[in-house]
Design a protein around this ligand. Structure first.
Ligand SMILES: [Fe+2]
Length: 302
């Protein structure tokens, strides 16, 4: 027998619990946005104060900006320790990750049939990380760290996925219902050189974590390689999100990471501008990324 979707009650993300939603929504929108980078002396040796500042920012807006102030010898090891120090333990060893699970994202030739846009200088559209992952393997947090910015461009835009949820639900709660359907969003199979490296799979856009009741979002604004459920409500919800990204929102942040700056997040919506490198001038964009299967803890959980 197919099991019914279990929603923790009370939950602000349950469509049958309007009171919890309204309370949570008011608190969420009233929380101050923190768009200033938090100084971190050494990411591998977080102090209690640094950790609390980062996790407080994440609690309010699902991300924190940080700036590393001291010189770091082995940045990949330091970022690995940074994730652990924040309470992120399940690191995703993806296809392109180095041994540490920290991936260097920079322009480089790919040896696969498909060009992976992250490793080019092209823009990346709005998405959450791991939207193509199957059910259990959802990415719930990631961190980015800029070792070197491009000569020009490469800005990120960020939007807390809980704000996207609020905008959708306020406009039409049926859109939330549609986006929580198990077949809302399908990623077709991925075949390289005749070998299937990822099966076709469907899943919801919004889901509630059975572990802690948090809201998770799987999303890509790509028009190719994603299949939206073919009904008017789902199509309207997807179109509303595209309009939201186009029109902007006072919770949306455009930020260009400087050298030694980074972002840690509960896998919020984000995108990247295209950019131009100038290696001769010492400007070849290099950003490290780590992805995790669990969320960042709340500050009081330490
Ligand atoms: Fe991403």
């Amino acid at each position: 027998m197919l099991s019914a979707k279990i929603e923790p009650v009370p939950s602000p993300f349950s469509l049958t619990d309007e009171a919890s939603y309204q309370q949570w929504r008011a608190d969420k929108l009233a929380a101050a946005t923190r768009f200033a980078a938090i100084p971190i002396a050494h990411p591998g040796q977080l102090t209690a104060v640094e950790r609390r500042q980062l996790l407080s920012s994440v609690e309010a807006q699902n991300f924190a900006l940080f700036q590393v102030t001291d010189a770091v010898d082995d940045i990949e090891a330091a970022l690995h320790a940074f994730g652990s120090g924040l309470g992120l333990l399940g690191i995703d060893q993806n296809l392109c990750a180095e041994d540490s699970g920290v991936t260097a994202i920079t322009v480089r030739p790919t040896d696969t049939e498909h060009t992976y846009i992250p490793y080019t200088n092209r823009p990346l559209g709005w998405h959450t990380d791991g939207y193509y992952n199957a059910g259990e393997q959802q990415i719930r947090a990631w961190l980015l760290y800029c070792a070197e910015p491009a000569a020009e461009g490469g800005d990120n835009e960020l939007l807390d996925h809980e704000i996207a949820y609020i905008r959708l639900r306020d406009e039409n709660p049926d859109w939330i219902r549609a986006l929580m359907a198990d077949d809302a969003f399908t990623i077709p199979l991925n075949v390289e050189r005749g070998r299937q490296i990822r099966p076709d799979h469907s899943g919801p856009v919004f889901s509630i974590s059975p572990v802690d009741g948090s809201l998770h979002m799987r999303y890509s604004a790509r028009q190719r390689n994603v299949i939206w459920r073919d009904d008017p409500t789902t199509r309207d919800a997807a179109a509303f999100l595209l309009d939201l990204f186009r029109n902007g929102d006072d919770h949306m942040l455009r930020y260009r990471l400087n050298a030694n700056e980074g972002i840690v997040s509960n896998n919020i919506l984000h995108r990247r501008d295209g950019f131009r490198d100038d290696p001769a001038a010492g400007a070849k964009r290099l950003v490290y990324r780590a992805r995790y299967f669990q969320r960042l803890p709340r500050p009081e959980e330490e």
